[in-house]
Design a protein around this ligand. Structure first.
Ligand code: UFG
Length: 336
């Protein structure tokens, strides 16, 4: 087995796909996860350590035990709506998690970090143009605030001691492993594509959150990127050299916007039937449009999205759902 990489949150959606990509690239992913939202079935390419990401001692012990060559830090809370009602939890897990990871890396002499960041650091941009990394950082919810604070803590640590890091700002992660090993399984599910698929299969109708946005069809526009493309970017970010002041942030998106109504049309085409849809009001904290300019990741990582069209992204998500995800027993565990 190749060099070990510690993957916090490696049992989750993007973390598990990245573990598979690491394994393909010759690394051994060592997953560190508390399984509060992740799935033990998604840990298939290396060992699983069950632990809390805020526990720096436990993290340092894991880094030493496996002599890890680097860390990819995914573990954290991701649901924007819940961050508004429980900012205490988001700041605790997301910022204290980064502090513990960085401290454990310093103590164990681990130098390379890839951090799971988000387009939510840009808030609600005034301009309807594709976002660059140098654009204004102004989160509009505690989720985005806690992720931006994590980036800043990491950048400061890179300046202070022997640490090099890349923060990857994901736009909307979507789709599933094309080979059917992995897919998206959040409980409760709040993301548009899985909810729209469910609504074609007799599940709850999909509510369109807002029809009066200043966008071409009035619904919100997002940049949906295939999870396997995100996963590959993490492997490249572990390897990239010449980081500016030891820290760089990069957007990961296709650079193409799709509205909620365009997603509904793509799901209809993939499933061969319309999802049940109801019109609703705007969801608090939703910006009208978030689309990446991914030029920095393309230049610096030599990366480009291989899945270029929305139809393929949605098709892989539908195939995963038709295969019943991680299995019927996993369709509704106790809420964390
Ligand atoms: N939407 C609906 N109905 C739903 C769910 C979503 O209309 O039932 C709409 C939302 O309003 C939004 C779009 O579909 O316009 C996408 O919503 P998601 O909840 O799927 O994703 P978000 O864009 O809100 O959030 C995602 C990640 C976050 C991250 C954010 C910005 O889930 O973790 O992108 O990067 F912070």
């Amino acid at each position: 087995p190749g060099p070990c990489i510690l993957v916090t949150g490696g049992a989750g959606f993007i973390g598990s796909h990245t573990s598979k990509a690491l394994s393909r690239a010759g690394y051994t992913p060592v997953v560190y996860d508390n399984l509060s939202n992740g799935h033990v079935e998604a840990v298939k390419w290396g060992p699983l350590i069950i632990g809390d990401v805020r526990d720096a001692n436990h993290l340092a012990e894991a880094m030493r035990e496996y002599s890890v060559a680097g860390v990819i830090h995914f573990a954290g809370l991701i649901e924007v709506g819940r961050s508004v009602s429980r900012p205490d939890l988001f700041w605790d897990h997301n910022l204290n998690g980064v502090a513990a990871v960085v401290s454990a890396m310093r103590r164990s002499g681990t130098a390379r970090l890839v951090f799971s960041s988000t387009a939510a650091v840009y808030g609600a941009p005034a301009e309807m143009s594709r976002l660059r990394e140098a654009d204004r950082l102004a989160p509009i919810n505690p989720y985005g605030d806690s992720k931006l604070a994590g980036e800043r803590l990491i950048a400061a640590s890179c300046a202070a001691f022997d640490l090099e890091a890349v923060a990857l700002r994901y736009f909307n992660a979507a789709g599933a492993d094309p080979e059917g090993d992995l897919g998206e399984a959040h409980y409760p599910e709040t993301h548009l594509i899985p909810l729209a698929i469910e609504a074609t299969m007799g599940g709850a109708p999909l509510t369109v959150f807002g029809s009066d946005y200043p966008t071409p069809d009035g619904s919100c526009v997002r940049d949906y990127i295939h999870v396997a493309d995100l996963a590959r970017a993490h492997v490249l970010a572990l390897q990239v050299g010449g980081l500016d002041a030891g820290f760089e942030a990069m957007n990961l998106g296709r650079g193409v916007g799709s509205s909620v109504r365009e997603i509904i049309a793509a799901v209809t085409a993939a499933c061969g039937r319309h999802p049940a849809v109801v019109e609703g009001g705007r969801r608090a904290g939703d910006p009208p449009m978030l689309v990446a300019d991914p030029a920095a990741a393309m230049e610096r990582l030599g990366w480009s999205p291989q899945v270029r069209d929305l139809a393929t992204i949605v098709d892989t998500a539908v195939a995963w759902r038709r295969g019943c995800g991680f299995g019927p027993a996993r369709q509704g565990p106790a809420a964390a």
